[in-house]
Design a protein around this ligand. Structure first.
Ligand code: AKG
Ligand code: FE2
Length: 357
């Protein structure tokens, strides 16, 4: 198939991968083909030790069982920065409605979605493709709509008004997932012995961005990625997905598939939490693969401190010769500048903030 790169470089006029998928070509355009070393190795086995933390939150407030659940969260944050939760309090119907709203949005006519396209990565509502298709040297097999979401009353009017039920369905899920992240962050902070005051101020002034991702079926899934390896800059990400495709990197730099479990939500620790905890929590490196059978939708709720707020290791944490201060301060805004000027396939913002050992 011909290289569509030329027609894809304008910020507000690009070919969506959904459109390419619907054409039904037998191969992908060259601009999506990754160098061999960066290609996915599809068909990986899940690593039970890494992907098994499925934490049942139903007894979180029980005086005895609650302690065990908090310990499970502590270990998952320390070891990998990854776990899944069940019995988290968000009804399956609310989750399914959000996935339906996302599917209906991507099925809108291309021109209608393009009215939300923007070259400005700080735009509160933005439809796009790849990661940053204007800058990416190789394109990724993903279309997305991202919208600022907290406080919801500030942003919801700017969300897509078509499909008609989008705001209601996505809004219900957005608020439910914000409440869940507050509950989980309470546990993460308690485990670190950090004051809830820090947490509450941070969260209420903080940001929630919903990244609604569509990975359409792809004729050559072993040559492309839906999203490149990266860690999320915020402190926590919660992912709702309808099909397999998320892969996480283990300590030995191997990739493992995350199995999809009905009703479960994926929890990922992000860079800000690694920094706040001075390295006691791990920011998870992950990527998205695609497949030739099923369109995949994922909805990532990205939680971070306010755009301009400086984030460094919490002052209450023990820092001494045994536990040296490991990071300099960064901010969400600094991250946005960083990704505008660097290739995230080559360098992560958090690595730039790490102090020399
Ligand atoms: O699609 C996925 O499972 C991952 C999405 C993701 O990593 C992101 O939106 O930051
Ligand atoms: Fe991510």
């Amino acid at each position: 198939m011909e290289d569509k790169r030329e027609s894809s470089v304008s910020p507000t006029s690009f070919t969506s991968v959904l459109k390419l998928s619907q054409i039904g070509a037998a191969s992908v355009p060259k601009c999506y083909v990754l160098p061999p070393l960066l290609r996915p190795n599809l068909g990986l086995c899940p690593n039970p030790a890494l992907v098994s933390p499925i934490i049942d939150l139903s007894s979180l407030h029980h005086p005895i069982h609650g302690l065990r659940i908090k310990e499970e969260v502590r270990l998952a944050c320390k070891d990998s920065g990854f776990f899944q939760v069940i019995n988290h309090g968000i009804p399956l119907s609310v989750m399914n409605d959000a996935l339906d709203a996302a599917t209906d949005f991507f099925e809108l006519p291309h021109e209608e979605k393009m009215s939300l396209a923007s070259a400005n990565i700080r735009e509160p509502v933005r439809y796009g493709t790849s990661l940053n298709h204007v800058k990416d040297r190789v394109l990724f097999w993903r279309d997305f709509i991202k919208h600022y979401s907290h406080p919801i009353s500030t942003w919801i009017d700017q969300w897509p008004s078509n499909p008609k039920t989008y705001k209601e369905k996505m809004g219900n899920y957005t608020q439910a997932v914000h409440a869940l992240h507050r509950k989980l962050m309470g546990v993460v902070f308690e485990n670190l012995g950090l004051s809830p005051k820090y947490l509450h101020e941070g969260i209420y002034e903080g940001s929630q961005v919903m990244a609604v991702n569509c990975y359409p079926t792809c004729p050559e899934p072993d040559l492309v990625l839906g999203m490149p390896p990266h860690s999320d800059y915020g402190y926590m990400t919660i992912i709702l997905q309808n099909h397999q495709g998320l892969e996480i990197m283990s300590h030995d730099r191997k990739w493992y598939e995350v199995p999809v479990r009905k009703g479960a939500l994926v929890i990922q620790i992000g860079d800000q939490m690694e920094i706040i905890s001075n390295g006691l929590c791990k920011s998870l490196v992950h990527r998205a693969t695609v497949n030739s059978d099923t369109d995949r939708i994922s909805i990532a709720s990205l939680h971070s401190l306010a755009l301009e707020r400086k984030v460094g290791p919490a002052s209450e944490l023990l820092v001494d010769d045994q536990h040296p201060l490991s990071y300099t301060e960064g901010s969400f805004s600094g991250f946005l500048d960083f990704i505008s000027n660097n290739d995230i396939m080559e360098v992560r913002y958090i690595d730039a903030l790490k102090k020399d050992p």
